[in-house]
Design a protein around this ligand. Structure first.
Ligand SMILES: C[S@@+](CC[C@H](N)C(=O)[O-])C[C@H]1O[C@@H](n2cnc3c(N)ncnc32)[C@H](O)[C@@H]1O
Length: 251
């Protein structure tokens, strides 16, 4: 992706509540499947590929966790710092860190919990699974989301889109196998409900497309068109693909 395209994507996401689909209810079910309860731990957590940090903030607020929030996009890390300045969590703490989520500044075994939503595919899901396991203590866990095919059906327009966007996209079983090969044990798996894609992500993004489109040209105009095409594809074919959330135990 060119720098211009990255800048256009960042402009499109400015002030969005989050940079990918996800919600607190799904996250909390996954964390509960790992045996963690609000206010009873985890205490040391990381949100890897955190974007502007909606989940990192929630982990601090609801679980009292000290959260290392890592992203390599400077504007998202800066936005998280702003959010922290505007409304610091009443419990726990969030430390924004600009860097590679495959090499966060964390000692081996130092974390109780990693959460990573919509980000692992960027570095290869199997690579992320292997890299993150040593960071978590025995008995800790990982909640991760991954874009997958739900079954054998591959609508041609979706197959063409994903062949370009994420050629390695596999099934839920493929994602679980990659996690197990990385040293994790599956505790729970759940599809993210399609309506959550809309409420948490696509609806705010569509509003932003509407606002920016009249003055947009060049790369931004193209990125808006691609974003609208992705939303239309999701509307038509979301029975066949979407996010699976995995709750994975480090035993
Ligand atoms: C789809 S967004 C999801 C953001 C956030 N987790 C959420 O759900 O709102 C993926 C994020 O991963 C980040 N990212 C991609 N590759 C990364 C890497 N190697 N290290 C750190 N962050 C990365 C991107 O900058 C982006 O913010």
């Amino acid at each position: 992706m060119t720098d211009e395209a990255v800048a256009a994507l960042i402009a499109l996401h400015a002030c969005a509540p989050r940079e990918g689909p996800g919600d607190v209810a799904t996250l909390e079910r996954m964390i509960a499947a790992l045996g963690f309860a609000p206010y009873a731990g985890p205490t040391r957590a990381a949100d890897l590929g955190c974007g502007s940090g909606a989940t990192a903030l929630h982990l601090a607020e609801a679980y009292g966790a000290d959260v290392l929030a890592v992203d390599f996009a400077e504007p998202f890390v800066a936005r998280l710092a702003e959010r922290l300045a505007e409304a610091p969590p009443a419990r726990g703490a969030v430390s924004p860190h600009r860097g590679d989520m495959l090499a966060p500044p964390v000692a081996p075994g130092a974390l109780d919990l990693i959460v990573s939503e919509g980000a692992a595919y960027n570095v290869g899901f199997a690579t992320a699974m292997k890299a993150w396991r040593p960071l978590v203590r025995a008995g800790g866990g990982l909640v991760v989301s991954e874009c997958v095919w739900f079954g054998a059906r591959r609508p041609p327009e979706a197959a063409a889109f994903w062949a370009e966007a994420y050629p390695e996209m596999g099934s839920i079983s493929d994602a679980v196998a990659k996690a197990e090969a990385g040293g994790w044990r599956l505790k729970a798996a759940e599809r993210l409900a399609p309506e959550v894609w809309w409420t948490s992500y696509y609806d705010p993004l569509a509003a932003r497309c509407d606002a920016l489109e009249p003055g947009a040209d060049g790369v931004l105009k193209a990125v808006i068109a691609e974003t609208r095409a992705e939303m239309a594809l999701f509307r038509a074919t979301s029975a066949d693909w979407g996010y699976v959330y995995l709750a994975l135990d480090a035993d």
